[in-house]
Write a protein that binds this ligand. Structure first.
Ligand code: DGJ
Length: 727
C-alpha cells in the first residue's frame, strides 16, 4: 500500500514538474505592468507579453509566442539583430542559449528576478536580471555573461535588454542635439528594417543623442492617450539602441553598450555585467511614462532624491576666467543679497606654472592659482559662509591641457592614438585614461584633496569637455585595446562611487559641456545635471521639454543669466528668464552687479518665491500641457504635489499672437473634487494675466474646461500657484 502511495506521489510530482517545464511562465510584474516570459518545451526562453498588467495568466502558457527569443544570440538559428555575440575559446562563434532555472523574490516594493541561461554545448552562461518597482511601474533589466571554457571568450555584442512588441505601427520619439542644443524632440514612424540611436563618442555621450526613447504603439504618441514604452539606458558611455521591425510588423528593441570598437575578452570565471535598461509601459500616453520615471528616479536612482535643492549662483557666465578674489566676493555679496544659497566658483581658479586663464592652459594642475586667489579657496569658502551661503567648486578631473604640469609629468596617462600620430585636440585638451586604476586614483584624489582641505565645500560641479577621438590606451595591453570604451565608463563610475561613499552629503553636479551627461547612470551618483550651456530661456523651453520626458525636474539645473543671452544674443525679460528656470532646480549665472536695482528687487522676490514653491517643482508630478513644438507658439506645464493639494501652472508664449487670441490651457493631475485658490505669482506690475486672480476654482473647471491666460506677445509668461482650500 505504502509503495502504491509513493508511486502515486512520485507520478504527481513528476507531472507537476513536467507540466511546469512545458508551460512555464516567468512573470516580472509591477502594479500595472507585466513582462512575462515563457519557457518553451525545448527550454528556449521567449517573451510572451510586455504591457498592461495581466493578473490572471491562465491560458497564456499555451499560446504561441509572437516574438523572437528573449535574449537572441548569434548562432541561435535566427538571422535578426542579436543581443549577444561571442567567440568561444575554440574559435567558434555560435551560441545557443537555453533556460536552466530562475529565482524570484519580493523585497517590499521591489520584485527581483534572475533567469539563468546556458549555451547548449558550452560552459557559457547568461543571467538575465530584472528589478520591478511595483508602485512606479518601472522595470530595470540587465545581464551578466560568464563562462568556464578552457580559454578566454571574446564578446562582440552584449546588450542589456531585448524586448519585443507587436502592433500595427510604431512611432519612435528620440532626443538628439549638439552642444548648446540638447534634447531636441523628434518623432518618426518606424518602417521595416533597423533604426538605431547611438553614440560612439565615448565621453559627453548624451549631447548628440540621449540614450532614451519613447516607442508608441499603433498611433503617434499622445501625452495622455495610447500605448507608450519609455526606455533609457543607465550608462555613461557609448550605447546603441536598435529597433528592428520585420515583415510581420513585429518590433524588437535591443539596447545596451555600443559594441562598436569594443570587443571584450573575459577569462574563465570572470563576469561581464551590462548596464541597466530602465523601462516603463503606459497605456495612458507619454506623460504617465514620464511621471513613472520621475517618481522612480527620485526614489531609487538620484542622490538624495527626497532632499530639496538649494539655489545656486554659478560664476561662469558672470566672470568666465576673468576674476580675482575681490570680484568673486562682490559676486557673493550680490548673490547673498538676492537670497542665493550656494555660490559656485566655476573654471579658472587653478594652475600656477600654467595659469588657467583661458581654455588653453592649466587643466590638470589642481593647485589654487596664487595670483588670482592669494588667500586660497579657504578664504572664499569662509566669505561665502559669512554671507550665510555655502560654497561650491568646479572641476574637470578627467582632462588635461597639453600645456600643463600634469601633461609634462604623466604623458602615459593621456589617451592617445599611438605610433606618433598627431594628438587631436578639442577645446585644447586631452583625455586622461580612466581605464587605468592609477589614473582613477588620481582623479579621485583631485576631488578628495579639495574636499579634505576645505571640508565645508558643499557642492562640486564635475565637467568634461571633449570626446574620445584619440582612441588608444597605454595602460591596456595590445589585446585589450578594444576594452577602452567600456573600461573608461566603468573607471569613471568607480571614481564617482568612491566619492559618493566618502562624501555622502556633498552635492555633485554632472556637467559635460552642458548636457553631455544626462543619463540614469550619472544620475545615480550625482544630485543634478547641467542641462545645457544654452541658457536662452526661449531655447530652454525646448531643451527642458525634451529633458523632462525622462529625467526629473529636481535634477535639472536651470539658471537665469544675463540678457541679451551670451549664446544666442536674444533679449528677454528677467521675469521670463525666471519663469523658465523655475521649472527645474533654479539658479543664477551672472554678475549681480550687472543687474539694475529694480532687477535685483525682482530677483530677490523671485528667489524667495521659489523657496516657497520648490517642493512642488522638485517633488511633484510634472504634466506637459502645451508643447513648444506646436505651431501655435505657446508652451505650458503644470506640477501637482503628491497629495494634490498644491499645484503650479507655468504658461509661456513664444510667438506673436493675434489681437484677440488668448492662451487656453487645460490643467492636468489635479483633484477634480478639490477647490483651489488660483493666484498668479512672480508678476511684474501687479496686473494679472487672468481675470479671476486670487479666486476659488474647482479642479474640474481647471482641468475639464480650462482657463484663458492673456498672453499674446512673444516671450511672455505667467506662473500660477494653486492651493486647495478646505473649509
Ligand atoms: C562647460 C560647462 O558646460 C560650462 O558650464 C562651464 O563650466 C565651462 N565648461 C567651463 O569651462
Amino acid at each position: 500500500m505504502n509503495n502504491i502511495k509513493s508511486i502515486l506521489v512520485f507520478l504527481m510530482v513528476f507531472f507537476l514538474i513536467e507540466g511546469n517545464l512545458f508551460a512555464q511562465l516567468i512573470h516580472v510584474q509591477t502594479n500595472q505592468n507585466s513582462l512575462i516570459f515563457q519557457v518553451a518545451k525545448n527550454k528556449k526562453l521567449f517573451q510572451t507579453h510586455y504591457g498592461l498588467k495581466i493578473q490572471n495568466t491562465q491560458g497564456l502558457q499555451n499560446m504561441a509566442v509572437v516574438y523572437n527569443e528573449a535574449y537572441p544570440s548569434f548562432g541561435n538559428g535566427q538571422s535578426d539583430e542579436v543581443a549577444l555575440m561571442a567567440t568561444h575559446a575554440d574559435g567558434t562563434m555560435a551560441t545557443d542559449l537555453f533556460y536552466t532555472s530562475h529565482e524570484q523574490k519580493v523585497y517590499g516594493n521591489v520584485q527581483t528576478t534572475v533567469i539563468h541561461l546556458k549555451d547548449e554545448k558550452k560552459a557559457f552562461f547568461v543571467d538575465l536580471y530584472f528589478n520591478a518597482y511595483a508602485n512606479e511601474n518601472v522595470i530595470e533589466e540587465w545581464t551578466t555573461v560568464f563562462h568556464e571554457e578552457n580559454k578566454d571568450v571574446t564578446l562582440s555584442q552584449f546588450a542589456s535588454s531585448a524586448i519585443g512588441f507587436k502592433a500595427a505601427d510604431y512611432y519612435l520619439s528620440h532626443f538628439f542635439g549638439s552642444h548648446s542644443n540638447e534634447m531636441n524632440f523628434v518623432e518618426e514612424p518606424l518602417t521595416n528594417g533597423v533604426k538605431t540611436i547611438e553614440t560612439k563618442r565615448g565621453v559627453r555621450t548624451t549631447e548628440y543623442e540621449n540614450p532614451s526613447f519613447m516607442l508608441a504603439l499603433n498611433s503617434r504618441a499622445q501625452e495622455d492617450d495610447g500605448e507608450v514604452i519609455a526606455g533609457a539606458l543607465a550608462w555613461t558611455g557609448n550605447y546603441r539602441i536598435a529597433f528592428q521591425v520585420d515583415d510581420q510588423a513585429r518590433c524588437q528593441m535591443i539596447g545596451g553598450i555600443n559594441p562598436f570598437a569594443s570587443n571584450y575578452t573575459i577569462k574563465p570565471g570572470e563576469k561581464f555585467e551590462t548596464p541597466r535598461m530602465i523601462l516603463t509601459y503606459s497605456d495612458e500616453g507619454k506623460n504617465k511614462a514620464s511621471i513613472n520615471l520621475h517618481r522612480w528616479a527620485r526614489k531609487y536612482n538620484l542622490r538624495d532624491g527626497d532632499q530639496p535643492r538649494p539655489i545656486v549662483l554659478n560664476s561662469w557666465e558672470g566672470a568666465y576666467f576673468d576674476f580675482d578674489a575681490d570680484r568673486l566676493k562682490s559676486m557673493m555679496d550680490g548673490a547673498a543679497e538676492m537670497g542665493v544659497e550656494i555660490f559656485v566658483l566655476d573654471d579658472g581658479w587653478f594652475g600656477n606654472k600654467y595659469p588657467r586663464n583661458n581654455p588653453r592652459a592649466g587643466l590638470g594642475d589642481w593647485q589654487v592659482n596664487k595670483k588670482k586667489l592669494p588667500k586660497g579657496i579657504d578664504d572664499l569658502v569662509k566669505y561665502a559662509e559669512k554671507k550665510k551661503m555655502k560654497f561650491g567648486i568646479w572641476v574637470e578631473p578627467e582632462m588635461v591641457n597639453p600645456k600643463s604640469e600634469l601633461a609634462e609629468n604623466h604623458p602615459d596617462w593621456i589617451v592617445k592614438r599611438k605610433n606618433d600620430r598627431a594628438m587631436l585636440l578639442e577645446r585644447n585638451q586631452l583625455l586622461l585614461d580612466l581605464s587605468n586604476p592609477e589614473v582613477q586614483n588620481f582623479v579621485f584624489k583631485v576631488v578628495d584633496d579639495i574636499l579634505t582641505e576645505n571640508p565645508t565645500i558643499a557642492y562640486v560641479k564635475w565637467d568634461a569637455n571633449r570626446h574620445v577621438q584619440n582612441f588608444g590606451s597605454e595602460y591596456l595591453n595590445e589585446n585589450q585595446q578594444s576594452h577602452f570604451f567600456v573600461d573608461y565608463a566603468n573607471g569613471l563610475e568607480n571614481v564617482l562611487i568612491r566619492l559618493k561613499e566618502k562624501y555622502p552629503s556633498t552635492i555633485f553636479q554632472a556637467c559635460a559641456s552642458g548636457g553631455g551627461r544626462i543619463d540614469f547612470s550619472s544620475m545615480r551618483h550625482t544630485h543634478e545635471f547641467w542641462a545645457s550651456d544654452n541658457t536662452d530661456p526661449y531655447q530652454r523651453l525646448f531643451i527642458q521639454w525634451g529633458t523632462n520626458h525622462f529625467y526629473p525636474p529636481i535634477a535639472m539645473a536651470a539658471h537665469v543669466t544675463k540678457s541679451p543671452n551670451h549664446q544666442t544674443h536674444r533679449t528677454t525679460s528677467l521675469k521670463f528668464r525666471f519663469d523658465v528656470a523655475m521649472g527645474g532646480r533654479l539658479g543664477m549665472e551672472l554678475r549681480p552687479e550687472d543687474l539694475e536695482e529694480e532687477e535685483v528687487t525682482f530677483a530677490k522676490e523671485a528667489i524667495a518665491l521659489y523657496k516657497n514653491i520648490r517642493h512642488i517643482v522638485q517633488f511633484g508630478d510634472l504634466y506637459r500641457l502645451l508643447s513648444p513644438y506646436d505651431i501655435d507658439g505657446y508652451a505650458a506645464i503644470n506640477y501637482v504635489s503628491s497629495n494634490k493639494e498644491e499645484a503650479l501652472l507655468m504658461v509661456y508664449s513664444h510667438e506673436h499672437h493675434r489681437r484677440y487670441e488668448r492662451n487656453f490651457t487645460k490643467m492636468k493631475g489635479l483633484n477634480p473634487n478639490a477647490i483651489y485658490r488660483v493666484k498668479e505669482i512672480n508678476m511684474v506690475g501687479g496686473k494679472s494675466k487672468i481675470n479671476f486672480d486670487d479666486q476659488l476654482v474647482s479642479g474640474e473647471v481647471l482641468m475639464n474646461r480650462g482657463i484663458w491666460v492673456d498672453l499674446r506677445r512673444p516671450l511672455e509668461s505667467a506662473v500660477f500657484q494653486l492651493t486647495e482650500i478646505k473649509d
